[in-house]
Design a protein around this ligand. Structure first.
Ligand code: NAP
Ligand code: MG
Length: 960
């Protein structure tokens, strides 16, 4: 390659070292591949067969959650169906207690990689390593940390490890820690708070680290946590500046820009005149990083090409070795080429103070070969419960058995040394196409791990604060101005803060708006779809440019936290663009079928004056969604926003006018639902009503709209999206980390004030208690506070009335069921402490009615089938969720769990336009989903023209 540092003689040295490593290593096999019997057969087959490998890993993943023989047998059969191994294990099931045998088998595989967290097991491991000779770094691995109790437990485990190291006077003691396991709230949106929380527990650990003179190695996690990990690491250096310990941090070579960031870290060590250890790895979350980036529409943070990563790794080795005495390099790899490169580099510079790190149980022959060269080896030893370390185990198994695994290439495939030692040769970076659906993209959410994003958002909040108290007059052309009726809009978190004064329409003024719309419609309906779409796209672009400010308004007016507010604006932009595209697709006249002498054409046409009545909980997305669909279709729209979100609505109306939409095709009529809303619904000139809100109001609108009034010329079309009583089923084999974290955000995100929110959990008996306990503990880790402060994920509910209503529901719940958990909230503002009820009878009102607040009812089911029956025993059918790892149950849910949006093994909120069209059936709505392919057509009707073109037996030529 073109790197001048890589002289030919250096490559020669790399090959020489590498050949020596391979020669020594070839004499043994990694112990993983030595397994005999069923386990050996399973692994051997898994190496050959990618599908079997996936099936086995998925099965192993479920194991910690399975208790009985029956459950294990069922999962085994389900995952291995069609694979030859199924028979072998099936026979095993008949002969011996299956659960014990399978668990023992998996534990034995796990023991290759994971050490039991007991002093004797740790002592045995260290003794084994000293024979290599090698030293160790210990790392307590386990489940996700979701509560303070779990973070305490993680701290205790580390204290125990340090105690073992101290008692055995272990040489070069070294502990690896994961910062995100030291607090349940390691959130990049709140860097100071996250850092403070982690530091509180680190401070308990540090005296022991210092007493041992140990290295504390801070693990690197997913990319979006990196800035937070680095900041916390720096804070740790500030807090413990003494030389009585060695700080360490991991750097991942697969990240784009990794060498530059490593350079900054090295500079920092120099500036501080402080030695730090840097463990250089390639990176273990490649799949996760790519999946997360694709789903969010963010650029991939990782290099796509493996060879690029290898090449970058070598550049970073060079940076570390050139950094001098400030850095202690720890080169972590199982790749012969990478290791040979590092050893050759060290020899060239005559460097002694560095080490190679390898994972426990991986590539032992290579470890021995490296040790023989005289380089210090440190083995990274994960400790913990063998079954709870399953995520760790699976990562190692995937790495070992993947086709690109060097372990596999070296020992199983016995690749040619020249090939294994060749310098990495990055191919042309294959830029992957972002997922595009007919030219439509979801606007990516802001990435608040970036300080620029946080600063821009904070600045927007200030801008908006400066506009508090402004007046928002009516904008109805030609309306008579009387004595204005003004409503003050207050902030739910600070009820005494007046955000603005919004003029409310009187009935005569609303009537004037209808007249304007009637007149405007006549012109607007003839504007070509292209032009309408173009205007909506201009509006979308404007909105995109002002997204921070619009979101900031939602933070104050609707009490949405930063991420939720940003997501709402992003969804609004998506709606504008998506419906614009749909209008183009619907187009103009199309021919249905033509015969000689007969021409048949059809066209979708707008319905007329359309009233849009929106709720406050997605103040922009829903208002903009219904409005833009109706406008795209060619209707003249009158918007009646919710009273609780009128300022955001005013901003939206102003933006549409600014984009160039005629003022009279998109009028805003502020006012109360009971007077103005009803008036508009009943108005005989109104052709369509798009309503999103509660069932109560929705049913009332349907009734009123169906009555024919004097002078009314058409049947009104009512499009309505109503409430939900959404259930999440937690199956016996659910992944608890996911089920708990995702239920928490689905049920309590935005204080439960989402139509999609989970308000029932139906837990299968065997998991019920563990699930509820963990959920309550996890919820308890979060504080409630004003949403403009990014430290708070949870805030107040929308209004004093909402608070009273929800508190009444909680009283009902106390009478009907058992209150299991109640949170704490600030006194000022409309806060409702979250509540979890258990032992909820399916007939209880809190199990059947929409509460629209932070209240969760937990029901118990004997089986998955019963859970499904309970979930379906409901008037609503909006969203639903299932956490299960049994394919049969997932399939059953797919077919029978009939709700508008069913989410499997993920949270049930946050539908994306064009990806998860949104809306329900039953009492939840009319079943045509927003953000879906049929939505715009609801605001249209079809008109057909059939023309006989035959004239006295003559067919005009163009038609024949
Ligand atoms: P809401 O009380 O039903 O109000 C919705 C809208 O209707 C508001 O603009 C309201 O005006 C107006 N309104 C009230 N009474 C009316 C009447 N008699 N005639 C005409 N309009 C009237 O609902 P919300 O409290 O704003 O929102 C929460 C509800 O919306 C929940 O039930 C939730 O599930 C549902 N929702 C459903 C979806 C979905 O897509 N399925 C999405 C979001 C929300 P005022 O503000 O002046 O009362
Ligand atoms: Mg209401």
């Amino acid at each position: 390659m073109g790197d001048p540092a890589r002289k030919p003689d250096f490559e020669g040295l790399v090959h020489e070292v590498g050949a020596e490593l391979l020669r020594r290593a070839a004499q043994a096999r990694p112990s993983l591949f030595d397994a005999r019997g069923l386990r050996g057969r399973a692994l051997a087959r898994a190496m050959q067969d990618e599908q079997l490998r996936a099936a086995l890993f998925r099965f192993v993943d479920t194991l910690p959650q399975l208790r009985t023989n029956g459950e294990i047998a069922e999962h085994l059969r389900a995952y291995l169906r069609g694979h030859t191994l199924a028979g072998a294990w099936g026979r095993l099931a008949a002969s011996v207690p299956l659960a014990a045998a399978v668990r023992a088998s998996v534990k034995r595989v796990a023991r290759n990689f994971l050490v039991e967290e007991t002093p004797p097991a740790i002592r045995r491991t260290l003794a084994g390593l000293s024979r290599v000779p090698a030293v160790a770094s210990f790392d307590a691995v386990g489940e996700a940390v979701l509560s303070e109790a779990e973070a305490d437990r993680y701290l205790e485990r580390n204290l125990l490890l340090l105690d073992c190291l101290a008692r055995d006077r272990v040489a070069a003691p070294n502990l690896s820690i994961k910062l995100s396991a030291l607090t349940p709230r390691f959130d990049r949106i709140d860097p100071e708070g996250s850092c403070r929380r982690v530091m509180a527990r680190l401070e308990q650990l540090m005296p022991h680290i210092q007493a041992l003179g140990a290295t504390l190695m801070v693990d690197m996690e997913q990319h979006d946590l990196k800035p937070l990990v680095l900041d916390t690491f720096r804070a740790l250096l500030d807090r413990f500046p003494g030389r009585d310990w060695l700080p360490g941090i991991v750097q991942q070579a697969y990240l784009k820009g990794a060498p530059e960031e490593l350079g900054e870290l090295i500079d920092e060590a120099r500036r501080r005149e402080r030695r730090i250890c840097i463990r250089l790895v390639k990176g273990a979350y490649w799949d996760t990083e790519l999946a997360a980036a694709a789903q969010r529409g963010w650029p991939e943070p990782v290099l796509l090409d493996k060879a690029q990563t290898d090449a970058q790794f070598e550049r970073m080795v060079d940076l570390l070795f050139y950094a001098g005495e400030r850095i202690y390099p720890a080169i972590a790899s199982h790749n012969v080429r990478s290791l040979a490169y590092a050893i050759a580099r060290a020899r060239m510079h005559n460097l002694r103070a560095w080490e190679v790190q390898m994972l426990h149980g991986m590539a032992e022959p290579l470890m021995h070969a490296v040790a023989a060269t005289g380089v210090r080896i440190r083995v990274y030893v994960p400790t913990g419960d063998l079954l709870c370390g399953i995520a760790y185990l699976i990562r190692r198994l995937v790495e070992n058995t993947a086709n690109t695994s060097i372990v596999r290439q070296t020992w199983l495939e016995r690749r040619d040394p020249a090939e294994l030692l060749a310098p990495p040769w990055p191919g042309a970076a294959s830029a992957e196409e972002p997922v595009s659906r007919d030219g439509f993209f979801n606007v990516p959410a802001l990435d608040f791990s970036r300080p620029e994003a946080r600063e821009a958002f904070a600045a927007a909040l200030d801008t908006v604060r400066a506009q508090f108290g402004a007046s928002y007059p009516l904008q109805i052309a030609g309306a008579q101005r009387g004595h204005p009726d003004v409503q003050e809009s207050a902030s739910p978190a600070h009820p005494s803060t007046i955000l603005g004064r919004v003029e409310q329409a009187s009935v005569p003024q609303a009537a004037r708006a209808v007249e304007n719309a009637i007149a405007a419609f006549d012109k607007w309906r003839t504007v070509p779809a292209e032009e309408r779409a173009a205007l909506l796209r201009i509006a979308a672009d404007l909105m995109d440019r002002r997204r921070h400010e619009l979101a900031a308004w939602e933070v104050f007016e609707a009490a949405k936290n930063w991420r939720e507010a940003d997501a709402d604006v992003a969804e609004a932009i998506d709606h504008l663009r998506y419906y614009a595209a749909q209008a183009l697709e619907i187009g103009d006249w199309r021919t249905t079928h033509s015969f000689p002498g007969e021409r048949n054409d059809l066209r979708y046409e707008p319905r007329g004056v359309t009233v849009v009545i929106a709720p406050w909980n997605f103040p922009l997305a829903i208002l903009a969604g219904m409005t833009s669909a109706a406008l795209a279709a060619g209707n003249a729209v009158i918007m009646k926003p919710a009273q609780a979100a009128q300022i955001v609505a005013h901003r939206f109306a102003a933006l549409l006018r600014e984009a160039g939409l005629p003022a009279t095709v998109c009028q805003l009529v502020a006012g109360s639902g009971g007077t103005i809303g009803e008036f508009l619904v009943e108005h005989p000139a109104v052709a369509a009503i798009a309503f999103t809100g509660s069932r109560e109001v929705g049913f009332d609108i349907l009734r009123r709209a169906s009555a024919m009034r004097p002078g009314q010329r058409q049947i009104k079309r009512v499009v309505c999206e109503l409430g939900g009583k959404n259930a999440i089923i937690v199956d016996g084999d659910a992944d608890l980390d996911d089920a708990v974290a995702d239920t928490l955000s689905s049920a309590f995100g935005y204080q439960g004030q989402k139509c999609s929110a989970a308000s029932r959990v139906i837990a299968v008996d065997e998991i019920h208690d563990a699930f509820v306990a963990r959920l309550a503990q996890a919820l308890d880790a979060w504080d409630y506070g004003p949403p403009e402060d990014p430290r708070f994920v949870f805030g107040p509910v929308i209004s004093a009335q909402a608070k009273t209503r929800i508190e009444r529901w909680i009283e009902t719940g106390r009478a009907e069921a058992k209150l299991y958990y109640r949170g704490r909230v600030p006194a000022e503002g409309f806060y409702v402490a979250p509540a979890i009820f258990i032992d909820v009878d399916p007939s209880a009102r809190i199990a059947r009615e929409e509460i629209f607040g932070p209240v969760l009812s937990v029901l118990r089911a004997r089986s998955f089938e019963q859970a499904l029956d309970l979930a379906l025993d409901c008037d609503y059918a909006l969203t639903g969720g299932v956490f299960s790892r049994l394919p049969k149950h997932i399939e059953l849910a797919r077919n029978r769990f009939r709700v508008g949006d069913l989410y499997i093994n993920r949270r049930i909120t946050g539908a994306r336009v064009g990806v998860q069209p949104f809306g329900g059936m039953g009492h939840s709505g009319t079943g045509v989903q927003a953000g879906g392919p049929d939505y715009v057509k609801q605001f249209m009707w079809t008109r057909v023209v059939s023309e006989n073109t035959l004239r006295h037996g003559y067919v005009p030529p163009q038609e024949a």
